[in-house]
Design a protein around this ligand. Structure first.
Ligand code: PGA
Length: 249
């Protein structure tokens, strides 16, 4: 059995360096958990250099960025490139999060972010997910379209995070049913086989995100068939995050 992957997407929940450092220091004490779960922390850009040494010196935890610039050349105000992140010890970038898509990031941008990230030798998490569902199953064709962005661009480790937008930022009772997660994981795997070929597609972890908390994580992981979680609000408080990690064992 592969180790479950749990990515903490802090969004803007944790702002202060002291709070972030205390979170990591506490997490480090749970070495038994860190040996059984692959933990990645995605802090906001401002906290990355502050956490870099603390995280990179800890076995079992790695750093991710919540987004990355689509550009590689320096003449872009306000952007943070993949190579800048790499220089701060970041190994993974998240692209295509629904909150970034809602802010205007198109599939053209996501494809450029993928290329820029692989060029800087990063792992890439591509988020996909429908805004709502209808009875005609149109979410399947939307997910297929969102996944097609990876075609021809995969040059390193890829993770797909399936996050139905309607289930994000709520509480455990509003998460997707595990039987529906299982159906979508199978669909994503099949679509990846069509895009990448069987051998490459079987290597891609597919994780779930959307109102994962300590109380539902065990059932969602065991019955949903995903390889782990992308966790938002419940990853911003150390005790609730530890509960999720424990539920993954
Ligand atoms: P949530 O967020 O866990 O707060 O639902 C998940 C995400 O947006 O990645």
């Amino acid at each position: 059995m592969k180790k479950p992957i749990v990515i903490a997407n802090w969004k803007m929940y944790i702002e202060k360096p002291e709070v972030a450092k205390k979170f990591i220091t506490t997490l480090k004490r749970h070495s038994a958990l860190l040996s059984k779960v692959e933990v990645t922390i995605a802090p906001p850009f401002t906290l990355i250099p502050i956490l870099s040494t603390l995280v990179t010196s800890t076995k079992g935890i790695t750093l991710a960025a919540q987004s990355v610039s689509a550009y590689t050349e320096p003449k872009h105000t306000g952007e943070v490139s993949a190579s800048m992140l790499r220089g701060c010890g970041v190994q993974t970038v998240i692209v295509g999060h629904s909150e970034r898509r809602a802010a205007g990031e198109s599939e053209v941008v996501i494809a450029a972010q993928l290329q820029a990230s692989y060029k800087a030798q990063m792992n890439v998490v591509v988020c996909v997910g429908e805004i709502e569902r209808d009875t005609h199953g149109s979410h399947f064709s939307l997910i297929e379209k969102q996944l097609s962005v990876v075609a021809g661009h995969v040059k390193g480790k890829l993770i797909i995070a399936y996050e139905p937008v309607w289930a994000i930022g709520k509480s455990a009772g509003d998460a997707m049913k595990s039987s529906d997660i299982q159906e979508m994981v199978i669909f994503i795997r099949k679509t990846l086989v069509d895009i990448l070929g069987r051998e490459a597609a079987l290597k891609v972890p597919i994780i779930y995100g959307g109102s994962v908390e300590g109380s539902n994580a065990h059932e969602l992981l065991k019955e949903g068939g995903a390889g782990g979680f992308l966790v938002g609000h419940a990853s911003s408080e150390i005790n609730s995050f530890i509960e999720i990690l424990q539920a993954c064992l």
